[in-house]
Design a protein around this ligand. Structure first.
Ligand code: VGL
Ligand code: ZN
Length: 241
């Protein structure tokens, strides 16, 4: 049975959770293979932008004395301390200038995994008229699951982008359990093939380590232009008919 493909509009948002240096290989609290979802996320960003959907990025943004840290009685090594290099978004991720950034876990005495926990994300979503949230990022078994469960409690239609999330699995099975919980809450799952407009895959060199360069490659820009051209052409065709 073929499923109906997903079409995006201005009431949709891509919520990218915690693609920060400290959660990537080489960082203070790395998710294994975490950098491999960045090119996939970049594809989603392109796709959501061309559909006039919104882009939101959350970041773990701890004060240095946060309760999350082992030296403060918490579970984790120090990570994502406000203003440090490790708290920066990965430079490989191509966030548009107008991305809405949500900082979380900023209260030293309160652990917060969800991007809704003591942030203004719910108000922002209401202000922007967003009805449906597509969630990507790290980590499936902490930030992603807690964000998705809160989104469902608040009544948002919620879709987990399975090809653009990865978890920590402190205990094997944690990620599977998180996926089950999200499904039970009514969250849907999708991958890029479930979207109506086909995604252009990024050229191979975009995923290589030289993609640390700030500027998008010429090939990437050329593809974007071609896509815009075909979009305009389609629109023109529509109005002519
Ligand atoms: C997270 C562990 C510690 C997360 C944050 O956002 O997934 N995980 N702090
Ligand atoms: Zn944290």
């Amino acid at each position: 049975m073929s499923k109906t493909k997903i079409s995006l509009n201005e009431h949709d948002a891509l919520l990218i959770t915690d693609i920060q240096i400290d959660f990537l290989p080489g960082g203070a609290l790395p998710v294994k293979g975490g950098d491999q979802i960045i090119p996939v996320i970049n594809n989603y960003i392109e796709h959501f932008q061309s559909a006039d959907s919104h882009i939101i990025a959350s970041r773990d943004w701890h004060p240095a004395n946060h309760i999350s840290f082992k030296n403060q009685g918490g579970l984790w090594p120090e990570h994502c301390v406000q203003g440090t290099g490790g708290a920066k978004f990965s430079p490989k991720m191509k966030l548009p200038d107008k991305t809405l950034i949500i900082s979380k876990a900023t209260d030293p005495a309160h652990e917060a995994y969800s991007a809704f926990d003591t942030t203004n994300l719910d108000l922002e979503l209401e202000r922007l008229g967003i009805k449906r949230l597509f969630v990507a990022g790290l980590a499936t078994d902490y930030c992603v699951v807690n964000t998705v469960l809160d989104a469902r409690t608040l009544g948002f239609e919620t879709v987990v982008l399975m090809d653009a999330t990865l978890g920590i699995d402190v205990k094997p099975g944690d990620v599977d359990h998180a996926v089950e919980e999200m499904t039970k809450s009514g969250a849907k799952q999708a991958v890029d093939a479930d979207f109506a407009e086909s995604f252009d895959k990024l050229p191979i060199e975009e995923t290589a380590s030289d993609a640390f360069a700030e500027a998008p490659s010429a090939a990437f820009e050329a593809k974007k232009k071609a896509r815009l051209r075909s979009k305009t052409a389609k629109k023109r065709l529509k109005t002519e008919q």
